[in-house]
Design a protein around this ligand. Structure first.
Ligand SMILES: Cc1cc2nc3c(=O)[nH]c(=O)nc-3n(C[C@H](O)[C@H](O)[C@H](O)COP(=O)(O)O)c2cc1C
Length: 350
């Protein structure tokens, strides 16, 4: 009998050291439950703090989880699962946006079903963490550089996510982004020295068991996965967008602010956004200043693309891991397959 050993299980009732990234608008209740069912932590994408969306998806998650059986526990004797799926559901928020409206966070904290964990990304969460700690909810914070980590620990992070620039969606802008392969061990060393009880997840480019095993070899306690779990049956994004990701290579993505400007998203420095480098991206990537000054025509073209599901014009949010994604399975199957592959690689390495 062998399971992937991880310190993560001391804090969270998981049977695999994997976490669904809280992808805004895409990681709804169904995706979170599909991951939790397979033993991972399912973080709902609370994103920009849209209260109505969070109410619907959070309620959906707990309703689905209550009906669900734990398939891993049911079919596998390799696990020692005793926790029900609903103890593996959490939520994440974009920190800087909470400064405008934290009503969704407060609503979640008022619910009878408390989240298993709450994640904060992109900014200093110190204003919000005390109210989360009062409920004894573990806090996960995403960092992109080593020099952000001490502030996040001071704010109450029990788990740090080290996000490399390969990641899909928002992250550190390209001229300051770090690669996952060096960021993870450097933060692991920093934590070992300064805060040994703080756990570490790797993020950015983990799309199969090789990535998970490698992340753990680099010193992470597990992996946080976005792109691979975005391209699944439970994702809320249109299937036509997922198909674009299946067809793309890792070479086909790029980081910039193009799609933030087109979507009226006022992201602060120093963050930008990785997506497929489609026609819209190519047209504006060297002319961001011009786009900011006169966005009207480009916005019209982009919005038409969204309405028509024309992804040469509309954005497709995936990271470099897109080149490792060749199908659109259920998220439960993805988690199970990553876990089995990582476990086999670890056994072989012993
Ligand atoms: C479609 C998509 C949406 C994302 N939205 C968020 C978000 O709302 N909040 C957040 O903290 N991270 C978000 N991320 C970034 C993830 O937290 C994570 O760092 C990243 O997906 C990891 O890299 P990977 O995409 O290679 O797995 C998003 C990622 C993707 C692919």
């Amino acid at each position: 009998m062998s399971v992937i050993t991880s310190r993560l299980y001391q804090t969270l009732p998981l049977t695999t050291p994997l976490v669904l990234a809280p992808m805004a608008g895409a990681a709804g209740g169904a995706l979170a439950v599909a991951c939790a069912r397979a033993g991972a932590l399912g973080l709902i994408g609370g994103g920009y703090g849209d209260l109505e969306w969070v109410k619907v998806e959070y309620a959906k998650a707990f309703a689905l989880a209550t009906e669900s059986i734990d398939t891993v526990a049911a079919v596998s004797s390799l696990t020692n699962t005793t926790s029900p799926t609903r103890t593996r559901l959490g939520i994440g928020f974009i920190t800087w946006r909470l400064d405008t409206d934290a009503s969704a966070l407060d609503w979640v904290l008022d619910q009878a079903h408390k989240p298993a964990a709450m994640m904060f990304s992109f900014g200093n969460p110190a204003r919000y963490t005390q109210r989360v700690q009062q409920h004894h909810i573990p806090i996960i914070c995403q960092a992109q550089r080593v020099d952000q980590v001490s502030q996040l620990i001071d704010a109450g992070a029990q788990i740090i996510v080290a996000q490399g620039g390969e990641a899909g969606g928002h992250g550190m802008r390209s001229d300051q982004a770090r690669g996952t392969f060096t960021l993870v061990p450097e933060i692991a060393d920093w934590l070992a020295k300064h805060s040994p009880n703080t756990l570490l997840l790797a993020a950015g480019g983990i799309a199969d068991g090789r990535g998970l095993a490698a992340a753990m070899m680099l010193g992470a306690d597990g992996g946080l996965v976005g792109s691979r779990l975005w391209v699944t049956q439970e994702c809320l994004a249109p299937v036509a967008a997922l198909q674009q990701a299946v067809n793309a290579k890792g070479d086909d993505t790029a980081r910039s602010s193009v799609f933030d400007v087109l979507r009226h998203l006022e992201w602060p420095e120093p963050y930008d956004f990785r997506a497929l480098r489609n026609d819209t991206h190519r047209q504006w990537e060297q002319k961001i200043h011009q786009l900011r000054q006169h966005p009207e025509a480009a916005r019209k073209n982009y919005l038409e693309g969204v309405a028509q599901q024309d992804f040469t014009r509309a954005h497709v949010t995936v990271g470099e891991a897109t080149g490792l994604i060749h199908d659109i399975p259920s998220a439960t199957a993805v988690i199970e397959s990553m876990t089995h592959q990582a476990r086999a690689l670890q056994i072989r390495a012993k």
